[in-house]
Design a protein around this ligand. Structure first.
Ligand SMILES: [Fe+2]
Length: 180
């Protein structure tokens, strides 16, 4: 497909974004099934609902611009999701699995943000306020999901950190007893 004007350039980006959001919903469902951490799971469930609403927002943009609703494969997104899935499958135990699920959320939100930042730049050229507003809303939702996952990441680290400190303390007690 040759891209000869701003509307065609925007349409090409919108098709990648549409595919991306559909794949994100599927990936989020798979991650919900993998995690055993309540915080990570409920954040994923909430954002999956938001991502489904993003699919609808993009369909409205296609229709508003008089374009066919259509997705176009993003190899970059597919590669990232495959890599995340492989890592989660290699996890042995709850902590590594939950940590890798949460890391997948962070990577997915970062890539979604990159896709929509590109689209945001193209939307500025279209000079259509409502399209730009919709894209800005999606970017704000993805940024919020990223920040929530970042908070969950530090909570996962803290619980492991305190568990290993307790272990160290009990090991010290044991060695004290041995030396007496
Ligand atoms: Fe997202």
């Amino acid at each position: 497909m040759s891209l000869s004007n701003s509307q065609e350039v925007f349409e090409a980006g919108l098709q990648k974004a549409y595919y991306g959001k559909q794949q994100a919903v599927e990936a989020q469902q798979a991650l919900i099934e993998e995690t055993t951490d309540g915080t990570v799971k409920s954040a994923l469930e909430n954002h999956k609902g938001t991502t489904q609403s993003h699919v609808g927002i993009i369909e409205n943009i296609f229709e508003k611009l008089g374009l066919d609703v259509k997705g176009d494969t993003s190899k970059g997104l597919d590669a990232l999701l495959n890599e995340c899935q492989n890592l989660v499958e290699q996890a042995d135990g709850d902590f590594p699995k939950n940590s890798l699920v949460n890391e997948a959320v962070l990577k997915l939100e970062s890539l979604e943000t990159a896709i929509f930042q590109g689209l945001q730049a193209q939307a500025l050229l279209l000079d259509d306020g409502t399209v730009l507003e919709s894209i800005n809303q999606i970017l704000a939702d993805d940024q919020a999901a990223y920040n929530e996952a970042l908070g969950a990441a530090s909570a996962l680290t803290e619980s492991t950190g305190s568990a290993s400190s307790e272990e160290e303390a009990s090991n010290e007690e044991e060695s004290d007893e041995e030396s007496n």
